[in-house]
Design a protein around this ligand. Structure first.
Ligand code: PHE
Length: 347
């Protein structure tokens, strides 16, 4: 095929495209013409392009350039036809719904804090008003802070590997549970009592809220991870009377004035005397935690003179407080991450 014939075909195509596109009156017509001229499969331009292979190699660059010019010209004729038909007319033709600005919008779903996080914030707030400041301790602990400094002897059942998550870490292999440096996920927040007395000057009045871990099978009242609030008050003349007042004040602030609190004699290696703290709930006494006066052996392990200083400590279960307040009966519901359940507990 000669270059001249090729150019003639292109010109004819362009003339035809300009003429028909000038007269186009609807977007359906326009779409049909778009397919006819520039359709990817059987468009007229495509057919002309195929002829290019038959042109002498010398003339091919000129043919290619001419082809591109015509293709661009047809495209802009299509564009201006589409613009001419544009606006409301073409939108209605393609079945788009008109916008109704008076319709209500789509409400975004707002997130909220998990009930346990809400509870922790609330507890910090109450205890803050009672003069306790907030400290944190690590969840991965050593045997010294979790047991030894707390006067928990080597043969105490609480140190049993079956009742704890002893760990190997990247820097430390699994050690014997009796080793002072053996690592574990802390089983109680009482570790923080030791950490603050090791590092902070006396007197001190702190709480610490965080996760603890025990290998319990999950049921309605047990979960292998839960939260505790630890409290510690060390000063010159701290007595059991203050311990009872603080826990009573706390309970009435958090649960309401009608709450009943009971202190039952108990035993913990790190407090003497020790009590269990029960709150009256659903016609039952429910144990919320333990408390007592800091045992002189704990002071001794930290080099604190127990003739000069005295203190009390307590540890309460955060889940139980949260569940009592929100009327939740199964601890597992807190950790299923079912937003339909959790969303009910907005503060
Ligand atoms: N750490 C104890 C427990 O987890 C609770 C406790 C804390 C008891 C502080 C006395 C004093 O059961």
């Amino acid at each position: 095929m000669s270059l001249q014939n090729f150019v003639d075909s292109l010109d004819r195509l362009l003339d035809e495209a300009n003429a028909t596109l000038d007269a186009v009156a609807s977007s359906e017509q326009l779409e049909a013409l778009r397919v006819k001229f520039v359709g990817a499969k059987n468009g007229a331009l495509k057919s002309v392009q195929k002829l290019m292979g038959a042109i002498e190699a010398d003339h091919r660059p000129a043919a290619g350039k001419r082809f591109n010019d015509v293709r661009d010209a047809i495209q802009s004729a299509l564009d201006s036809a589409s613009e001419r038909l544009g606006g409301a007319g073409s939108r209605r033709a393609s079945n788009e719904l008109p916008v109704d600005p008076t319709l209500p919008g789509i409400r975004p779903i707002l997130g909220q804090l998990h009930p346990i996080t809400q509870t922790i914030e609330h507890l910090k707030d109450i205890m803050g008003r009672l003069g306790f400041s907030i400290t944190e301790g690590p969840e991965i602990e050593d045997t010294w802070h979790n047991f030894m400094a707390l006067n928990i002897p080597e043969d105490h059942p609480a140190r049993d590997p079956l009742d704890n998550f002893y760990l190997a870490t990247a820097s430390k292999q699994l050690l014997s549970p009796t080793d002072r440096d053996a690592m574990l996920l802390r089983s109680q927040t009482s570790t923080v009592q030791i950490r603050v007395m090791e590092t902070q000057p006396l007197p001190l009045r702190i709480i610490s809220l965080g996760r603890v871990y025990r290998p319990d099978a999950p049921d309605a009242t047990h979960f292998p991870m839960f939260h505790q609030m630890e409290g510690l008050w060390v000063d010159k003349h701290v007595t059991m009377a203050q311990l009872k007042s603080v826990l009573r004040l706390f309970a009435t602030s958090y649960l309401g004035n009608d709450v009943h609190v009971r202190f039952r004699p108990s035993f913990f290696p790190f407090t003497e005397p020790s009590v269990e703290v029960d709150y009256w709930w659903n016609d039952n006494w429910i144990e919320f935690g333990g408390a007592g006066m800091v045992d002189p052996n704990v002071f001794k392990a930290l080099g604190i003179d127990s003739e000069e200083w005295s203190g009390f400590a307590f540890g309460l279960g955060v889940e139980r407080l949260c569940m009592r307040r929100f009327g939740i009966v199964d601890i597992r519901d807190l950790y299923r991450s079912d937003v339909r359940f959790l969303r009910q507990f907005a503060s």
